[in-house]
Design a protein around this ligand. Structure first.
Ligand SMILES: C[S@@+](CC[C@H](N)C(=O)[O-])C[C@H]1O[C@@H](n2cnc3c(N)ncnc32)[C@H](O)[C@@H]1O
Length: 297
């Protein structure tokens, strides 16, 4: 019996059939995955505007079969499930066991029967070619072979099916990343940047690059559009501040530099000042830019 209730792919009789995305699999099954579980409620509040945009653009209809790539703790899958109704279904795919365990726990609590979760790599999972729609909120930027991954996603759709997904635009348009990093650099000096196109949150910041992967994957009419919105939280900066050491660019500085309590306090003083710029009467509203991509199978 599997330990968890979700379905597992990528293994046949105990033999791993793919080594794709090994470092991302480790990443999302280690502390970062656990942190996304720990803070999923605040992340969902912060990324709510992104989900609204995704649902608006994807426009799922009653009865449709939907695949949610990198579904994490399942929030987008549950929202989609309501829209497709009991005659439709949603399959959430993710490589993170801790996040899928949370998603499945939430599914059972909610008593939702038209959602299933699958522990599988979207780049290599076997699909049956019958889905009407693929969506993703921030789940398709982590492929080590994006062309192969998008070709595999293409194979999941019925002819005429559609894909709609959202990625981050460049960090200069996203102070949640760039302002936090700038302040960390002021305190600790710069850390070497890796390959900006390597798997990671900003790997599909460039619209032409994303469109080229969709084309290479066999999709028709691929387009991408930058959209400005805000990341909001009614509990204000304190709610986002607690994420800073664990999620986003600052954690790396805290891990890699030998940071004393005093240095950490000084860093957070400056972060408090900088992000107070985004305080509103109803909490906090951080400007952000995302890319919305869509294409047809
Ligand atoms: C930034 S999180 C977004 C999670 C969720 N979509 C949300 O908006 O809360 C990225 C998610 O993609 C998943 N992921 C990364 N690479 C993947 C792959 N190759 N196949 C399936 N899921 C993947 C991660 O495990 C993680 O849950």
């Amino acid at each position: 019996m599997p330990k968890n209730n979700f379905q597992r792919f990528g293994h046949i009789r105990g033999i791993t059939v793919t080594e794709a995305n090994e470092s991302q699999r480790q990443f999302w099954n280690d502390k970062p995955g656990a942190n996304w579980v720990r803070f999923y409620r605040d992340l969902d509040i912060m990324h709510h505007s992104v989900l609204e945009k995704l649902l608006d653009c994807a426009a799922p209809e009653a009865g449709e079969t939907v695949i949610d790539i990198g579904c994490g703790a399942g929030t987008s899958s549950f929202a989609l499930a309501e829209l497709v109704g009991s005659s439709g279904s949603v399959s959430g795919y993710d490589i993170s066991e801790p996040l899928l365990t949370k998603a499945e726990e939430r599914r059972a609590e909610k008593g939702v029967s038209n959602v299933s979760f699958h522990l599988a790599d979207a780049q290599t999972a076997g699909f049956d070619g019958s889905a009407d729609l693929i969506v993703s909120r921030f789940g398709v930027m982590f492929f080590d072979d994006p062309e192969a991954a998008f070709a595999n996603l293409h194979s999941a759709l019925r002819p005429g099916g559609r894909i709609v997904f959202i990625t981050w635009a460049a960090s200069e348009f996203n102070p949640w990343f760039s302002l936090a990093r700038k302040i960390a650099v002021q305190h600790f000096g710069d850390l070497p940047d890796g390959d900006p196109d390597a798997p990671g949150p900003m790997s599909l910041r460039d619209i032409d690059r994303g469109v080229s992967f969709l084309k290479a994957g066999g999709f028709a009419d691929p387009v991408g559009e930058a959209v400005d919105l805000t990341l909001d939280h009614p509990d204000g900066w304190p709610a986002l501040r607690q994420l800073v050491p664990h999620i986003g660019p600052v954690g790396r500085f805290l891990r890699d530099c030998e940071v004393t309590q005093e240095q950490r306090a000084a860093l957070f003083d400056d972060l408090d000042k900088a992000f107070s710029e985004f305080a509103t009467d109803t909490g906090i509203s951080v400007p952000a830019r995302i890319n919305v991509f869509s294409a047809l199978a």
